[in-house]
Design a binder for this molecule. Structure first.
Ligand SMILES: Nc1ncnc2c1ncn2[C@@H]1O[C@H](COP(=O)(O)OP(=O)(O)OP(=O)(O)O)[C@@H](O)[C@H]1O
Length: 752
C-alpha cells in the first residue's frame, strides 16, 4: 500500500470544497483515510472502513457523499440513534453554502416522507429507512450512495435485524455505492465479503491511546512498552474518584463508566456530598469561574424538571460531577452532553449508552466495573467490542497529546486477567441476529406486502442475500422462515393461493404502520373479544392491551410490585378485556400480565394529568423512561385505532394517541393541536373557559396574555393566524415559571 500522504488538494472535489476542509484544519488525510480513498472510495467502490473511534470515519463519508452530489447523485446516511442523527445533520448542514441541502427524519414511521427527496443528503435512522422502503418512497430509488454508520450494530439483538434488512433491500438499487463504517471487529473480512466491499482495517488513531489498569495508588498503562506507571496523588479511598481528580488537576476531563444507573448516580452523589473527601478535593481543584459555569448548568437542569432525580443531578453538577443515563429526560441529557463538550463539566459518571456514538471525547476514561447485569445470566463480563467503544472516547483530537483509559483491579491477580481479557484482546466477531422468529416475522410480512416476494421461494431467495444467510446454516433459517409464514397465514396477515403469497388488508396495514405482527394479533384478539361483549371499554382497558404488545418496552416489576398490581388488577377486573387465569398460566406469563397492569397504570396517571414528579416518584422510574413508554404507547394506540377501523370493531375513539403524546385528558385534545400548547397550558386555558381552538379565536388577546404573558400569546396567535394588537408586540413580561418547564417537557417528548 502506498504510504505517501494524501492531500485534500489532490482529491477529485471542487476547489471551494477542498478549501472548506483546509480552512477547518484538514490539509491531508489520516493514513487509514488515505488507504480507504486509495482503495476506491471516490470511484464508487463499496467500502468497509473498520477504524477506531474518532479517527475520522465521518470525513470519509462526507468526501464520498460530496463526490456523488457533485456528479448529480443523492446520499442517504443511516445512523442507529436519534441523537447521532441530529449531530450528523448539524454537521452536514454546513454544506448548504455550496448549495447542498441536507434533510433529517427520525420519526413518523408511517409516512412516505417524499418531501425529504428534495435534499441531496438525508440523515435517517434504520427504522425510518425501513418504514420508507415499506411505504414505497420513490426518491430512495434515486439514491447513488448509502452510508451506514456503526454497521457493527448488525450484531445487536433489538435493532440489528432491521439494519440488516434495510441494507439487503438497498443493495438492490442499481449502481448504488455502499459505504459502511464500523468499529474494529473480529470478522471484518466476512462483513466486507457480504457487502462486496473494499476493506480497510486499522487501529491507527490521531491521538495515541494508553490503556491500563488502576490498582491501589498506581495507574499502570499496560498497552505501552515499556509499561508506564503513574502514582495517583489523591486519596479518597475510591480509585475511580482519585483518577477523576487527578485528571481535573492536569486540566483534563474524565468519563467514568458504570454498569448500572444506580451505581452511576451513587458515584456522582458521593462527589457532591460536602461531607465526603471526594467533594472536598474537587472543591479545591475547581476555580470560581468554573464553579459559576457549573452553577449555570445546574440552574438549567432545575428548570427542566422538578423531580427529585433532576434536583439530584442539579446538585451533583453544582458540585462538579454530572451523571448521565437513559432515565434522564432529553433536555437533561443534552445539557450534560453540551456542558461536557464545552469543557464546563469535568467529570461525567455514565452508563455505557454514552459510548454508543456521540462524539464526547475525554482525556481519560475509567471503567469502574467490567461486569454487566444480564437478566438471564446474572453478572457477565462486557464484550471486548463494548470495552473498545468506551475506551475509544479517550483522547480529544487536536486537544490532548494522548488519551488514557483505565480499568479498576480490585485485587492484584485481576491485573493480568484484565490485561489479557481486554487490553490485548481483539474485539469479537459480530453475528446476525435475524435468525429468530421474532426478528423475522415482521420483515417477512413487509417483503410480501411490498411485493418484493410473492412466493415462499421468493421470500427465501430474498433472505438468502442477508448477512445471516452469508454466515449461517440455511436449513435452520428456512425452518424459521416457514414457521413465520405459517404464523402470518394463521393470523390472517397473508393468504396463499396456489403458492402465490399476498398480504391481506390487515397484513398491509401492519407492515405500513410498522408494528410487530404479534402486536396486531394481540390487538385484534382483544378488540374482537371486547366488541363481542357488553363490557365498557375504558382508557385503562386499551392501555392494558397496548402494554401487552411486544412493541412496548415495558418497565419491569420491582420488589413487591407484583402483589400490589395484582390487587389493582383484581379491583379493575371489569375493565380488563382478557383477564387470564393466573393459576393456569406459566409464572413468566403471569408476571408479564402483571407487568402490563403496572405499565398501564403509569400511562393512566400520565393521561390523567398527574404531575411528572409524582409519577416518577411513585413508580421509581426515570423521566426518560416515562417519556419513552408514553411515546411508544402513543404509537401503538395509533395502531389500535387503525386496526379497529379496518376490522370494523365498534371501539369508541378516546383519543389515546394524542393524550399519550402530551399526557392530557380528553377535553384538552383539541387545544393540544396548537404548537405552543402542552398539557399545562391547555389545562390553564380550559379551566379559564377557553376549551377549544374556536374559543381562543373568539377570545381577546389581552385575556389570553393574562394567562401566559405576551410572548407566548403572540406565538399562539401567530400560529392561529389571529390579529395581534400592534401595541402588544414585544412589550412582554417574561413567561411564567411553570410554562418554561412545559416547553422543555414538550421538547423532550418529541425527542425520543
Ligand atoms: N484528516 C484529518 N485531519 C485533521 N483532522 C481530522 C481529519 N479527519 C478527521 N479529523 C477531525 O477528527 C475529529 C474526529 O473525526 P470524526 O468525527 O470524523 O471521527 P469518527 O471516526 O467519525 O468518530 P466516531 O467514531 O467517534 O463518530 C473531527 O474533529 C474531525 O474534524
Amino acid at each position: 500500500m502506498n504510504e505517501s500522504p494524501c492531500y485534500i488538494k489532490s482529491l477529485p472535489l471542487p476547489e471551494k470544497i477542498q478549501q472548506f476542509y483546509i480552512d477547518s484544519g484538514i490539509k491531508q488525510l489520516y493514513p487509514p483515510q488515505g488507504e480507504v480513498v486509495q482503495k476506491g472510495l471516490l470511484e464508487g467502490k463499496n467500502t468497509l472502513a473498520a477504524i477506531p473511534t474518532a479517527s475520522g470515519k465521518t470525513l470519509l463519508a462526507e468526501l464520498a457523499m460530496l463526490k456523488h452530489i457533485i456528479d448529480g447523485g443523492k446520499a442517504l446516511y443511516i445512523v442507529p440513534l436519534i441523537a447521532l442523527a441530529n449531530e450528523k445533520y448539524q454537521r452536514f448542514k454546513e454544506f448548504e453554502k455550496f448549495g447542498i441541502l441536507t434533510g433529517i427524519s427520525t420519526g413518523e414511521l408511517e409516512s412516505k416522507s417524499e418531501g425529504l427527496g428534495k435534499n441531496d443528503i438525508v440523515v435517517c435512522t434504520s427504522e425510518k429507512t425501513d418504514s420508507m422502503l415499506r411505504n414505497g418512497t420513490q426518491w430512495l430509488q434515486t439514491l447513488s450512495i448509502v452510508v451506514v454508520d456503526e454497521v457493527h450494530l448488525l450484531d445487536e439483538k433489538s435493532r440489528g435485524p432491521t439494519l440488516e434488512i434495510v441494507m439487503t433491500k438497498l443493495r438492490k438499487i442499481p449502481n448504488l455505492q455502499i459505504v459502511a463504517l464500523s468499529a474494529t471487529i473480529g470478522n471484518t473480512q466476512v462483513l466486507a465479503d457480504w457487502l462486496k466491499a473494499e476493506l480497510t482495517v486499522s487501529d491507527w488513531r490521531p491521538t495515541k491511546l494508553q490503556e491500563g489498569v488502576v490498582f491501589g495508588k498506581s495507574m499502570n498503562f499496560l498497552s505501552e512498552d515499556p509499561v508506564i506507571q503513574k502514582e495517583i496523588v489523591h486519596d479518597t479511598k475510591e480509585p475511580a474518584a482519585d483518577v477523576a481528580l487527578d485528571t481535573i488537576k492536569e486540566g483534563g476531563q474524565c468519563l467514568v463508566f458504570e454498569s448500572s444507573r444506580r451505581t452511576c448516580m451513587a458515584f456522582a452523589k458521593r462527589f457532591s456530598n460536602p461531607k465526603n473527601r471526594e467533594h472536598k478535593q474537587i472543591n479545591i481543584l475547581l476555580s470560581q469561574d468554573e464553579k459559576n459555569k457549573l452553577a449555570e448548568i445546574s440552574e438549567e437542569i432545575e428548570y427542566s424538571s422538578d423531580t427529585t432525580e433532576s434536583n439530584n443531578l442539579a446538585e451533583c453538577i453544582r458540585n462538579g460531577v454530572a451523571f448521565h443515563h437513559a432515565g434522564l429526560n432529553a433536555a437533561q441529557r443534552r445539557l450534560v452532553e453540551d456542558g461536557f463538550k464545552e469543557n464546563k463539566i469535568k467529570v461525567i459518571s455514565c452508563t455505557p449508552t454514552l459510548a454508543a456514538g456521540l462524539n464526547l471525547p475525554a482525556r481519560r476514561v475509567v471503567i469502574r466495573s467490567f461486569l454487566r447485569y444480564d437478566a438471564n445470566e446474572g453478572n457477565i463480563p462486557i464484550p471486548v467490542l463494548d470495552y473498545k467503544q468506551m475506551v475509544g472516547r479517550a483522547g480529544r483530537p487536536h486537544l490532548d497529546p494522548y488519551g488514557q483509559s483505565l480499568l479498576i483491579a480490585k485485587s492484584s491477580d485481576k491485573i493480568d486477567f484484565l490485561e489479557t481479557k481486554y487490553i490485548h484482546a481483539k474485539a469479537e466477531d459480530i453475528s446476525s441476529k435475524l435468525g429468530s422468529e421474532k426478528a423475522l416475522r415482521s420483515h417477512i410480512l413487509a417483503i410480501i406486502s411490498s411485493g418484493i416476494a410473492t412466493s415462499q421461494k421468493g421470500v427465501i431467495d430474498f433472505l438468502s442475500e442477508t448477512f445471516y444467510a452469508h454466515t449461517s446454516d440455511l436449513s435452520y433459517f428456512i425452518e424459521t422462515i416457514n414457521e413465520c409464514l405459517y404464523f402470518l397465514e394463521e393470523n390472517d396477515l397473508i393468504v396463499t393461493d396456489n403458492n402465490y403469497l399476498q398480504a391481506t388488508p390487515l397484513g398491509q396495514l401492519v407492515s405500513r404502520i410498522y408494528i410487530d405482527p404479534l402486536t396486531a394479533v394481540v390487538i385484534v384478539e382483544d378488540l374482537k373479544k371486547a366488541s363481542q361483549s357488553n363490557m365498557e371499554i375504558t382508557a385503562f382497558s386499551l392501555l392494558q392491551v397496548i402494554c401487552k404488545t411486544p412493541d412496548i418496552r415495558t418497565l419491569y416489576l420491582k420488589g413487591n410490585e407484583y402483589f400490589e398490581n395484582l390487587i389493582y388488577a383484581d379491583d379493575h377486573k371489569n375493565e380488563i378485556i382478557n383477564f387470564p387465569d393466573l393459576d393456569e398460566i406459566s409464572e413468566i406469563s403471569a408476571e408479564s400480565f402483571i407487568e402490563s397492569i403496572k405499565n398501564a397504570r403509569i400511562l393512566l396517571d400520565w393521561i390523567e394529568e398527574c404531575e411528572t414528579k409524582e409519577i416518577v416518584e411513585n413508580y421509581v422510574i426515570g423521566e426518560g423512561d416515562l417519556h419513552s413508554l408514553s411515546e411508544s404507547a402513543s404509537w401503538i394506540s395509533h395502531a389500535v385505532q387503525r386496526i379497529s377501523k379496518l376490522k370494523g370493531f365498534d371501539i369508541q375513539n378516546i383519543f389515546l394517541e394524542q393524550r399519550l403524546k402530551y399526557g392530557a385528558s380528553k377535553e384538552l385534545v383539541s387545544l393540544l393541536s396548537i404548537k405552543n400548547i402542552g398539557r399545562k397550558r391547555a389545562r390553564k386555558l380550559y379551566d379559564n373557559g377557553i376549551g377549544s381552538v374556536d374559543k381562543i379565536k373568539s377570545t381577546p388577546f389581552s385575556e389570553v396574555s393574562k394567562l401566559f404573558g405576551n410572548k407566548i400569546t403572540i406565538k399562539i396567535f401567530h400560529e392561529l393566524e389571529l390579529p395581534i394588537p400592534s401595541d402588544e408586540i414585544d412589550t412582554s413580561p417574561e413567561v411564567p415559571e411553570n410554562n418554561k418547564k412545559e416547553i422543555n417537557q414538550q421538547k423532550n417528548l418529541f425527542d425520543f
